[in-house]
Ligand binder design. Structure first.
Ligand SMILES: [Zn+2]
Length: 167
């Protein structure tokens, strides 16, 4: 591939084997898991309304015995890797849905389903482009499913990391 590390120039959907291999390695290194939460709006005079999805990527960081400090440089690196994954999985064509890759919250997250390992998290919000308070629609579901497919391609696992016997 001729277009490596070309700052700012994103070439849509040119997935060379290098890209896949690199992202697969990143996923293995940080044992990347993903989960989905509803993106909700507080309704006025009604219950909360689901308007989209929050797709959360979690990358683990072993901090020896210590708890990570909030300014941990290693966590920053993991977040950058998660962002590479996020940028790769979001659909590149313009649709009624849009995708917001959230900035680093500088927090360490612990979830019992991942054995309370220290996680760096990145959230991708899947939202409507125009009618922001509309309920979840087909386009959002389709976009989410495409992203899940790409996550599977690079070996990211749903909620919980299980070492595969072959690796
Ligand atoms: Zn860290």
């Amino acid at each position: 591939m001729a277009n490596e590390e070309n700052m700012g120039a994103s070439v849509p959907e040119m997935v060379g084997p290098e890209t896949l291999e690199r992202l697969q390695a990143v996923v293995r290194e940080h044992r990347v898991c993903w989960e989905v939460w509803p993106e909700q709006l507080a309704g006025v005079g009604r219950g909360p309304l689901q308007v989209g999805f929050d797709l959360v990527l979690n990358g683990a960081h072993a901090h020896d015995k210590d708890r990570p400090s909030p300014g941990c440089e290693r966590c920053e690196v993991i977040f950058e890797h998660l962002r590479e994954i996020a940028e790769w999985i979001v659909p590149k064509v313009e649709r009624p849905s849009r995708y917001d890759i959230q900035i680093f919250d500088h927090a360490v997250h612990y979830a019992p389903e991942r054995g309370n390992r220290p996680d760096v998290a990145l959230t991708i919000k899947i939202l409507h482009r125009s009618e922001i308070d509309a309920p979840v629609d087909e386009c959002e579901v389709r976009c989410l499913n495409e992203m899940k497919t790409k996550l599977a391609q690079i070996g990211a696992q749903y909620r919980q990391w299980v070492d595969s016997p072959t690796s």
